[in-house]
Ligand binder design. Structure first.
Ligand code: CMP
Length: 140
């Protein structure tokens, strides 16, 4: 399997509870390498642009407000099949459905406040990484 990069976000519910290190340990234990990382505070408009694919969903407003409610840690994870591997480590979107040991099973509070985001496909990963990082910031 090819080496890939994926965009990960540690969301405000998790940064608020000081879980960044515990979540990063799960990524690293799974063989993912954090090749870029920064802590930022999004505006609702910046969150809205990132999640524009969900603009028609009923939860869009709530999602944008939540993502702007506190700091997030945006990061690029690299590894063999990193996109799928990260999704495995995160667990299902709804923590009620997430497998034991996954980030969302252990830490997520609800389907909305679900601790982490990860890209879902190579094309989205490329776009999402470019939204937050310049090429010079990616240090493999
Ligand atoms: P994420 O992987 O970041 O991608 C879109 C996000 O929308 C998703 O995680 C959830 O946090 C959020 N989301 C999905 N369904 C709902 C819902 N029913 N109510 C609120 N937020 C949701």
């Amino acid at each position: 399997m090819a080496t890939e990069r994926t965009l990960s976000i540690i969301k405000p519910d998790a940064t608020k509870r000081n879980l960044t290190g515990k979540i990063n340990a799960k990524f690293e234990d799974a063989g993912l390498r954090i090749v870029a990382q920064k802590r930022i505070h999004l505006t609702p408009a910046q969150a809205g642009e990132f999640y524009k694919v969900h603009a028609e969903r009923p939860f869009y407003g709530e999602l944008c407000d939540f993502m702007a409610s506190g700091p997030v840690v945006v990061q690029v994870l690299e590894g063999e099949g990193a996109i799928a591997k990260n999704r495995e480590v995160m667990g299902a979107t709804n923590p009620a459905d997430a497998a034991p040991g996954t980030v969302r099973a252990e830490f997520a509070e609800s389907v909305g406040e679900n601790s982490v985001h990860g890209s879902d496909a190579p094309e989205t990963a490329k776009e999402e990484i470019a939204y937050f990082f310049a090429g010079l910031e990616l240090v493999g």
